[in-house]
Design a protein around this ligand. Structure first.
Ligand code: ATP
Ligand code: MG
Length: 580
């Protein structure tokens, strides 16, 4: 099969677009491979927060299992304790649940298989398929050879089985310092595939592990652990990203060279008869997005160097950041389906992600009004004490979202940008002597512009046309509609406007030396003194809103207080970048 054959033919419509992985699974089921089972896993390493790329893998693994009445395990691939932590474990579980997926049974950890993995390593030693190597890291690199040059055998390769057994036991006991020995598979130092040149299976690390504490001072490598963990859990389809393609021969070699009969199969399959077939690895292309960095290493660097405020900074492409920014789980799942799954590397346009969130919020976010840059307007023909409650729909098209009561008083705020003394031709909003409609209320006319001592615009005096509530004004056309908030009842809020973090399209490209030179200085603009209509607090603190004409917003889950709500703009109403 060629890559183009395998490319997905996805469109964003429909619940489960086909792709080469779904096709492969259908074919496997048709021939009853793996006893007709589909069992996948999502295997994050708990060394950072999940990002939108992980969401692609999560959606794929969980969906293909679900669609085929199968299972998807959550397994922490935790073989590198120096970089991992419980904080990451907790955040990852939280993010997957938030996305709306349920893993099969308990959370699993590669580290809970350490004893079994050790036993299998002893088995390889006994079969003369593994040996203890005493080359230093530097020597090992030298012996490994290059893409064009074969490697050389390690001097330890000819050690007797007995000596290997003895050294490996002592490695486990803690007799040796870090780096003194490794356990390596005995495969082929001349293999054109460098991964097959006697790869390391175990290394010594005197370092406490977040799950196993001080129990171990030797830790298995990813390649050795992953395939065996898949086999232990009776995984059928081990889906991973393309950089592991060259590791697949090693994945298969390890499983083929072990006697796995001793495995206790995953408990949820106990009692179910099926023909056991070794798990098979299949690779797909990673998600990459423009104007963003995605790799966990880069994201960690941004957190550590305080380019952003943390893993959950709303500008980060992490699930925690996107959630805080106001992205919904459905929007992320829809995006992941719409981009498809294939084997060709490509960079997805950020506007596709933005489209997915706009589409979801347009349907689900109640409308409200918030003034970002307030300009006071006195409605001179309303009484000081008068409050009129206007009945506005929460959503222009969806009646079931209900209605709200919006107070109108003599003093209101409108947005400064909705008034111009010297309007350009075609300006539809308020001008001196001109008319505009207040959203859901009356047509007003601007009778007077009040300036402060320094000549700055201070307030407007307007009058309302009482005959225009819910009706067209007589004898004239009023085209503009602007949003407004009662000065008396409006709530002071703080608003954060977010934009792309980078000004260049490919900050992760190899050609870019230092992507931090291209940080967008306007990626966060914080506005004080904004005024929102009071209904926003009645709607529950964590909902999404459309602030009319300003975009989609949500309350910040961390910095917001009842006294001073903080709103994050999730996304503008329209794509302001296209065409730039
Ligand atoms: P990164 O490249 O960001 O450091 P990783 O691959 O090291 O990520 P893991 O925690 O090992 O991160 O990833 C868990 C799973 O998510 C793996 O199966 C991995 O292939 C997949 N994954 C990681 N990044 C992406 C991505 N950008 N697109 C799709 N899948 C991804
Ligand atoms: Mg990884």
């Amino acid at each position: 099969m060629t890559d183009s054959d395998m490319d997905s033919k996805n469109s964003s419509k429909g619940p489960a677009p086909t792709n080469f992985i779904r096709n492969m699974i259908s074919q496997d089921l048709a021939i009853d491979k793996h006893g007709g089972r589909v069992h996948t896993r999502f295997p994050p390493e708990p060394n950072g927060y999940l990002h939108i790329g992980h969401a692609k893998s999560i959606c794929l693994n969980f969906s293909v299992a679900e669609e085929n009445n199968g299972f998807c395990n959550l397994r922490f691939d935790d073989t590198n304790p120096t970089k991992e932590s419980q904080e990451y474990v907790d955040a990852i579980k939280d993010n997957i649940t938030w996305l709306g997926f349920h893993w099969n049974g308990e959370v699993r950890y590669s580290s809970s298989y350490f004893e079994q993995l050790y036993g299998f390593a002893e088995q390889l030693i006994l079969k003369s398929k593994a040996f203890v190597c005493n080359l230093s890291a530097e020597e090992a690199r030298e012996y490994r050879g290059t893409l064009t040059e074969a490697g050389r055998n390690s001097p330890g390769r000819e050690r007797s089985i007995k000596e290997n057994q003895d050294l490996f036991t002592r490695m486990r006991k803690g007799d040796f310092a870090d780096g003194k020995y490794t356990l390596r598979a005995k495969i082929d130092m001349e293999s054109p595939n460098i991964n097959m040149r006697d790869p390391v299976l175990y290394r010594i690390r005197h370092f406490a592990h977040h799950q196993t504490g001080d129990k171990w001072c030797i830790y298995p490598t990813y390649d050795y652990t992953h395939c065996i963990s898949d086999a232990i859990e009776s995984i059928t389809h081990s889906l991973c990203t393309l950089e592991f393609e060259d590791h697949r021969p090693l994945y298969d070699w390890i499983l083929q060279n072990l006697s796995l009969d001793s495995l206790e199969r995953a408990s949820d399959l106990a009692g179910t008869e099926y023909q056991y077939v070794l798990p098979e690895q299949t690779e797909f292309a990673k998600l990459r997005l423009n104007y963003t960095v995605i790799g966990k290493r880069n994201l960690r660097e941004m957190v550590e160097s305080e380019v952003v405020e943390g893993w959950d900074d709303p500008r980060m492409p992490t699930l925690a950041g996107m959630r805080r920014r106001g992205f919904t789980p459905a929007s992320i799942r829809n995006f992941c389906e719409s981009i498809g799954v294939s084997r060709s590397e490509s960079i997805v346009d950020l506007s596709m992600l933005e489209h997915a969130i706009r589409e979801d919020l347009d349907r689900h976010a109640p409308r409200a009004m918030c003034i970002l840059d307030p300009l006071k307007v006195v409605l001179t023909n309303l009484q000081e004490e008068e409050t009129e409650y206007l009945d506005l729909a929460n959503h222009p098209k969806i009646d079931s979202m209900g209605r709200r009561s919006v107070p109108l008083t003599r003093e209101i705020f409108i947005d400064r940008s909705d008034f111009l003394e010297q309007p350009p031709a075609g300006f539809k909003r308020l001008t001196q002597g001109g008319e505009v409609r207040l959203r859901g209320a009356y047509v007003i006319r601007c009778d007077e512009v009040v300036k402060d001592d320094s000549g700055g615009l201070q307030q407007l005096c307007c009058s309302i046309d009482k005959a225009t509530l819910g009706k067209k004004p007589e004898g004239r056309k009023v085209k503009g509609v602007i949003h407004w908030v009662s000065a008396k009842y409006g709530l002071p809020v703080r608003v954060r406007l977010y934009d792309r973090l980078f000004t260049i399209e490919h900050p992760e490209s190899k050609e870019v030396d230092n992507c931090y030179e291209y940080l967008n200085p306007d990626s966060l603009i914080e506005l004080e003194g904004c005024i929102a209509e009071p209904s926003i607090l009645a709607k529950g603190a964590f909902g999404n809103f459309q602030f009319e004409r300003e975009g989609y917003f949500c309350i910040d889950s961390i910095d917001s207080t009842p006294e001073l709500p903080v709103f994050n703009r999730t996304i503008t109403l329209r794509d302001s970048w296209s065409g730039r």
